[in-house]
Design a binder for this molecule. Structure first.
Ligand code: PEP
Ligand code: MN
Length: 337
């Protein structure tokens, strides 16, 4: 349920409504727009009488929110959320590009890639230190050592950093070194991990699960937000379908659907969705054209010898070419880059 207050409602009248909600053991979420304040109610609303609420001063109208996700819901928070990540922000008019290797391999490798992606316009360095691979025999990541290299690269280049976390220990380590944590597709419904990510205090990039519906994905975001962390960014990375020509099927319709359902920013990962570097550029442009707030792209200094996801990684030249080709697509949708 949301309570829409009248434009310019008095602070003490907003406070009275919040007090009434809290007195009934429910949580009141405030979204303050330029003129209108919306109070969202989270919890068992059968405990409340809407008739009583409707006679509170400055209450304009009371509307039900039937969706199971509340804090992530656009009805709770009609204005688009901007998520600050280190030196940059996601969800502004500026397109955000996160780029870097699938896995952090060596300090030298990471530094070389960080300098190159920064030169081409990326503002966030991605790099996996904990790699949840399909096979247990594949490279599993450098763990805390990899996080340290991410911090060194950030200090040298000024890039913000993001790293995937796969366990509570990884979250504890990540908060010491990086600006944003990533919940990978395979962990999208690991609810204990989602809650811990919510408590970490860091912004969270939530990738869509391999077979997750939009509703399940939004409920996963709700798990993070219900721990008091509203800094969540969604990432469409392809879903599993019957199609085998690409690694996954990139569901670009998720972008406009999410823009309708939630205030959270959404970015697109054309690397993990296609699984092939030759398709990355087309899908990156399409993602910008349909309104994505940003892109996550895998870039490697030597894709042929990458320890993970080489076939989908762009070379420095390919990445630089792509960023230049993206500019007109940004212009068409009114974004800068
Ligand atoms: C990744 O970003 O490195 C990754 C493993 O992605 P996903 O969880 O989307 O497969
Ligand atoms: Mn990868």
């Amino acid at each position: 349920m949301i309570i829409v207050m009248k434009p310019g409602a008095a602070e003490q009248n907003i406070r009275s409504v919040v007090d009434y909600i809290e007195k009934h053991g429910l949580f009141a979420h405030l979204s303050r727009g330029e003129e209108v304040t919306i109070i969202g109610i989270v919890g068992d609303k059968t405990k409340l009488s809407t008739e009583n609420l409707s006679i509170y001063k400055d209450v304009d109208r009371i509307m039900p929110v039937t969706e199971s996700y509340k804090l992530a819901n656009k009805k709770f928070h009609p204005e688009a959320t901007v998520v600050k990540v280190g030196s940059t922000s996601i969800g502004t008019d500026n397109l955000t590009i996160m780029a870097g290797p699938c896995a952090v391999e060596t300090e030298e490798q990471l530094m070389t890639i960080a300098r190159a992606v920064k030169k081409s316009g990326a503002t966030i360095l991605r790099g996996g230190a904990y790699k949840p691979r399909t096979s247990p025999y594949s490279f599993q990541g450098l763990e805390e050592e990899g996080l340290r290299y991410m911090q060194t690269a950030s200090r040298e280049t000024g890039l913000a950093t993001i790293c995937e976390v796969v366990s509570l220990d990884a979250i504890e380590a990540a908060v010491k070194y990086v600006d944003m944590i990533q919940i990978g597709a395979r962990n999208m419904q690991n609810f204990i991990l989602l809650k811990e990510a919510g408590r970490s205090g860091l912004p969270v990039l939530l990738k869509r699960g391999l077979s997750a519906t939009i509703e399940e994905w939004l409920n996963a975001a709700e798990y993070i937000m219900s721990e008091g962390n509203e800094n969540v960014v969604l990432c469409e990375r392809g879903i599993r379908t019957f199609e085998t020509a690409t690694r996954n099927t990139l569901d670009l319709s998720a972008v406009p659907v999410m823009k309708e359902k939630t205030h959270l920013p959404i970015i697109v990962d054309p690397s993990h969705s296609t699984g092939a570097s030759r398709y990355v550029s087309s899908m990156a442009k399409a993602a910008v054209a349909c309104g994505a707030d940003g892109l996550m792209i895998e870039v490697h200094n030597d894709p042929a010898h990458a320890l993970s996801d080489g076939p989908q990684s762009l070379t420095f030249e390919q990445f630089d070419g792509l960023t230049k080709e993206l500019r007109p697509f940004c212009n068409v949708v009114g974004r800068t880059f």
